[in-house]
Design a binder for this molecule. Structure first.
Ligand SMILES: CCCCCCCC/C=C\CCCC(=O)SCCNC(=O)CCNC(=O)[C@H](O)C(C)(C)COP(=O)(O)OP(=O)(O)OC[C@H]1O[C@@H](n2cnc3c(N)ncnc32)[C@H](O)[C@@H]1OP(=O)(O)O
Ligand code: FAD
Length: 664
């Protein structure tokens, strides 16, 4: 019997080759095949079931996470999965766990900041998970201000050891994932003190728990910091607290690639920039951008599929009502998010390339592109996570009442996703880093130093400051060079206007603080330009498959023009475009939505998400939403009994009070 597919008609409407689009989304045929295989492996394994997750108590959820992590590790070993496949498997298991920090931060911190001897000693144990590590940087009193951390690591030349200490309550480590209950080791960030001198924050490998009994080592106080936002969601993670009471570690456990402490206690700063101590954060920020496209695609897939099933109003002569996806308001809210998912995917690919490039350069002691890598990872992490967090909530609203049900998958996705706006750098703090970088670039414009990379457009400031947009008709907005110039002109004009305002302050730091809200907007304009330009660059590539490139062009235009419409004030105020040209952009946008409409379902099918990974009744592949919602309702524990627990104690006395009243 043929499987029921409520989206069959929608799928027939698609104007492009879906299989080829799946490959574009995955990045290559190889990636597609690997990811498809691993996703199915996870989906078909009962241990990885997650539909009951939000019902579990914290303790049960945590134990379930340990079970899944152990099972995942067994599968990885048994099937001899590569590192890439193992990462995919963990991400499809889709439950935050200590392993994210072990593989995602502990190991990268040792790799990036350790010496080759330290690599040889620690990495083999970490790769075999004979030790499990976390990244202990943030403290109760300081997260954003890394230089304000208070934990101390004081060198004792008598014993050739560091003494790790938490001198105040606010110096307690607070938040590190995997720390609370699991990690045996941590990379701890502490102020290095030698001979009474403070050399700032450095990383140290510290053992926290016994490898035989898992008990905290002497001098160490460690535990979980408590429940977090939402049910299920990030509560599978043991974010922890940690205090040191004069804990001793050997000198060779300071990560010594950036700076060293000699046997005599002499502090030696290598010729590598001290910012490499922040290198792990740059790495993770880069991965967060790719992850943003996955989370956004997931929410959009749910909302799009449901919008094609859901009907409201407009029945004619007893015929079917209108699919809500056909409402123009629904399209104007949903399709820009669909386009953003693709845009973030491509900028994520590019950022991965940039990160690989900077890493290779660093190995060859070329530090020239580090500021650009920092600005791009910080800015794009901030911009993509903020958009994605808001978009998940918008997708919930796009699904009406049913979006609020836990089994829509959207509430938990939202709860698990929103901390990305805070962790790995608060989004505003990171945008201010981008703004600093931009202001520095502007200040150097007259010096003959040519801006390169993502700020190369500033080298054309003279032209961009006075150019006039040539759009006369709506369709003129489809020209890539017109779009690009409008975004470049807006970004450069906003940057230069801010730089001029800064120049009016006698103390630049006072000016920076006073103008910080404007500087954040400058940084956003710059980041949006990067995303638009990387999408346009993607379209320069040879993209095979009937209609695939055409769909991507439509999505690229939707992405750019919806931003132009949303930030019209910036574009018009800086004189890049006229209000009339803004209205033409909006007219073109409406035409583009009509072109996306027949392809919408296939465009979300291209994400190739299994029903298991989506975890949503509203977003399931076959679109059989109502029957599944109905069946699912009966599985709720409240429906285990017809009369609820508590009826006799609490309901019956109220319901029977009229009898007592009547007797009075
Ligand atoms: C498959 C793998 C998946 C892995 C996924 C794992 C996910 C697990 C989930 C959650 C994990 C969450 C983990 C965490 O949250 S860890 C803690 C993260 N903490 C932060 O991000 C703190 C944010 N704060 C900072 O980064 C910094 O303090 C700062 C805001 C950048 C300020 O630093 P500082 O005061 O030292 O710097 P200045 O402003 O004075 O700048 C000095 C110059 O340094 C440059 N700079 C700053 N940072 C960097 C960097 N990272 N790289 C390169 N350069 C940097 C800055 O631009 C200044 O340059 P200038 O030229 O102007 O002097
Ligand atoms: C789920 C989760 C997991 C985490 N995992 C880890 C981990 O594994 N390891 C680890 O070390 N840490 C971890 N963290 C900590 C995280 O990195 C920090 O919380 C984050 O860097 C933000 O720092 P903060 O909490 O100090 O925020 P704050 O800096 O106190 O932010 C509070 C407010 O102040 C504003 N603000 C702060 N500074 C400025 C400024 N200069 N200018 C303008 N506004 C400013 C911010 O925008 C924000 O609105 C995790 C956090 C969470 C929520």
């Amino acid at each position: 019997m043929e499987a029921l597919d409520y989206h069959a008609e929608e799928r027939r409407k698609a104007e492009f080759n879906l299989d080829e689009m799946k490959i574009v989304w995955a990045g290559s045929r190889r990636n597609y095949e690997l990811s498809d295989r691993v996703a199915r492996l996870v989906a078909s394994d009962p241990v990885f079931r997650k539909d009951n997750r939000t019902m579990l108590t914290r303790k049960d959820l945590f134990k379930d996470t340990l079970r899944k992590a152990a099972h995942a590790w067994k599968r990885i070993i048994d099937l001899r999965l590569s590192e890439e496949e193992a990462n995919m498997l963990r991400s499809y298991v889709d439950q935050p766990a200590f392993t994210d920090l072990h593989w995602g931060m502990f190991i990268p911190a040792i790799k990036g900041q350790g010496t080759s001897e330290q690599h040889e000693k620690w990495l083999p144990m970490a790769y075999k998970m004979q030790i499990i590590g976390c990244y202990a940087q943030t403290e109760l009193g300081h997260g954003s201000n890394v230089q304000g951390l208070e934990t101390t690591a004081t060198f004792d030349p008598q014993t050739d050891e560091f003494d790790l200490h938490s001198p105040t309550l606010t110096s307690s480590k607070w938040w590190p994932g995997g720390l609370g209950k699991v990690s045996t080791h941590a990379v701890v960030y502490a102020r290095l003190i030698t001979g009474g001198q403070d050399h700032g924050v450095h990383g140290f490998i510290v053992q926290l728990r016994g490898l035989d009994d898992h008990l905290p080592l002497p001098g160490i106080t460690v535990g979980d910091i408590g429940m977090k936002f939402g049910s299920g969601a990030y509560n599978s993670m043991d974010n922890g607290l940690l205090r040191f009471d004069h804990v001793r570690i050997p000198r060779n456990q300071m990560l010594m690639r950036v700076s060293q402490v000699t046997r005599e206690g002499k502090f030696v700063q290598s010729d590598v920039p001290r910012q490499l101590v922040y290198g792990t954060m740059v790495y993770v920020r880069q991965t967060i951008v790719s992850d943003a496209s996955c989370a956004l695609a997931r929410a959009v897939c749910i909302a799009t599929r449901y919008s094609a099933v859901r009907r409201q109003f407009g029945s004619q002569n007893g015929g079917p009502e209108i699919q809500v996806i056909d409402y123009k308001t629904q399209q104007s809210r949903l399709f820009p998010l669909l386009a953003s998912a693709y845009a973030f995917r491509f900028v994520g690919e590019w950022l991965k390339w940039l990160y690989t490039d900077v890493t290779q350069r660093l190995q060859a002691n070329d530090f020239s592109t580090l500021p650009e890598a920092h600005a791009c990872t910080a800015g794009l992490k901030s911009m993509t996570t903020s958009v994605t967090a808001d978009a998940i909530e918008e997708c919930r609203k796009l699904c009406g009442g049913h979006g609020y049900l836990s089994n829509s998958g959207l509430p938990e996705l939202f709860a698990v996703y929103i901390p990305t706006c805070t962790y790995e750098g608060d989004n505003v703090v990171l945008l201010l880093q981008v703004a600093r970088f931009l202001m520095k670039t502007v200040s150097q414009l007259g010096s003959g130093k040519k801006p390169v990379g993502t700020t190369a457009y500033m080298g054309r400031a003279e032209h961009l400051m006075q150019c006039r947009c040539e759009v006369e008709m709506a369709q003129d907005w489809l020209k890539p060079s017109t779009i690009l110039e409008a975004f470049e002109a807006r970004a450069v004009r906003m940057s230069i206007a801010c730089a001029k305002s800064l120049g009016k302050f006698s103390n630049p730091e006072d000016g920076f603080a006073e103008l910080s809200p404007d500087l954040v907007e400058v940084a956003i304009a710059h980041c949006q330009l990067i995303v638009v330009s990387k999408f346009l660059e993607k379209l320069q590539q040879d993209i095979p498959g009937k209609g695939v490139k055409r769909q991507l062009e439509i999505l690229c235009n939707v992405y750019a023009l919806h931003l132009l419409h949303k930030h019209l004030g910036d574009f018009v105020a800086t004189g890049c475009i006229t209000p009339n040209q803004g209205a033409l952009a909006n007219e073109q946008l409406r035409l583009l939505y009509a072109q996306v409409r027949p392809n919408a379902i296939a465009l979300v099918d291209a994400f190739n998400y299994t029903d298991h990974y989506l975890g949503s009744i509203l977003g399931c592949y076959d679109g059989n939403v109502y029957q599944k919602l109905y069946q699912e309702a009966w599985k709720d524990p409240l429906n285990d009994t017809v009369v609820p627990d508590g009826y006799l104690e609490y309901l019956r006395p109220i319901l029977k009070q009229h009898i007592r009243t009547a007797r009075l």
